[in-house]
Design a protein around this ligand. Structure first.
Ligand code: NAP
Length: 242
């Protein structure tokens, strides 16, 4: 039977690439996004062209009511939820901690920590089995000095939540894992004011290049699938060797 997967931040980048691979498996996909309706609709069309079913749902993961409504709609449309890709996240412009203002830190923590926790909480309430994949970052290990230690810390929180929630939900046979992408070529770098970041840093990585959203999506799809049936509380680094 077709699985139903809910993806936050599914309109662009890693979320969109994951949605496409879900579509190619013939799965149903709920595609959440924040602002970019055109990109979300394009992802829906691509999922359907690949062989799945999809709908787009605008909603800010920082807002509890929006997160609840997203899960309600997914259950209403597809009848249940087998997998959640807890992916939506942001970075802010390059800065030392000494120079960060509170508004910026609140935005990063509200999205990457509170938003991710709200999505995971709702998944824990609704799911009766299946798989949750949190999209963390290699930054959680590396710390992102002089760039964004707020972001790195927010992903550290996602890692800790992954460990705890995996243990909480194991008795319900819900697996909880995280992928930790390294430098991946998506729009996120431009949104943080560094459009050349993937190319610039990529060439200095052990594998000599930045990764692609599809390469991260492959790991996500594996963790969602029954092929990863004995994997929980694990971290899959998709980071080119760093
Ligand atoms: P991206 O290309 O910038 O896409 C971000 C996605 O998140 C978009 O779909 C965006 O929606 C959505 N989004 C942002 N804020 C949201 C909110 N408050 N509520 C709902 N949706 C929201 O980013 P990406 O590079 O694919 O990153 C995806 C995840 O991977 C993030 O958690 C990021 O931290 C993590 N990651 C990325 C890299 C990398 O190098 N790219 C490395 C490590 C980890 P709109 O289209 O509507 O704006």
């Amino acid at each position: 039977m077709a699985k139903t997967i809910l993806i936050t931040g599914g309109s662009r980048g890693i979320g969109s690439a994951s949605a496409l691979l879900c579509g190619a498996q013939g799965w149903n996909v709920a595609i959440n996004y924040a602002h970019n309706t055109d990109a979300a609709n394009a992802t829906v069309a691509a999922v359907e062209a690949a062989g799945g079913k999809a709908f787009a749902a605008q909603g800010d993961i920082r807002d509890e009511a929006s997160v609840i409504a997203l899960f309600d709609r997914t259950v209403e449309v597809f009848g249940g939820i087998d997998g959640v890709v807890n992916n939506a996240g942001i970075v802010a412009p390059k800065s030392t901690l000494a120079e960060m203002d509170i508004e910026r830190m609140r935005r990063v923590f509200d999205t990457n920590i509170l938003g991710a926790y709200l999505v995971a909480r709702e998944a824990a309430r609704r799911m009766t089995g299946g798989s949750i994949v949190n999209v963390s970052s290699a930054a959680a290990r590396l710390g992102s000095a002089n760039e964004y230690v707020d972001y790195a810390g927010s992903k550290g929180a996602v890692d800790t939540m992954t460990t705890g929630l995996a243990a909480e939900l194991a008795p319900k046979r819900i697996r909880v894992n995280a992928v930790r992408p390294g430098v991946i070529a998506t729009d996120i770098h431009a949104s943080g004011g560094q459009p050349d970041r993937a190319e610039r840093i990529g060439s200095k990585l052990p594998l000599g290049r930045a990764g692609t959203a599809e390469e991260v999506a492959e790991a996500i799809i594996w963790l969602l699938s029954d092929k990863a049936s004995y994997v929980t509380g694990a971290f899959v680094d998709v980071s080119g060797g760093r």
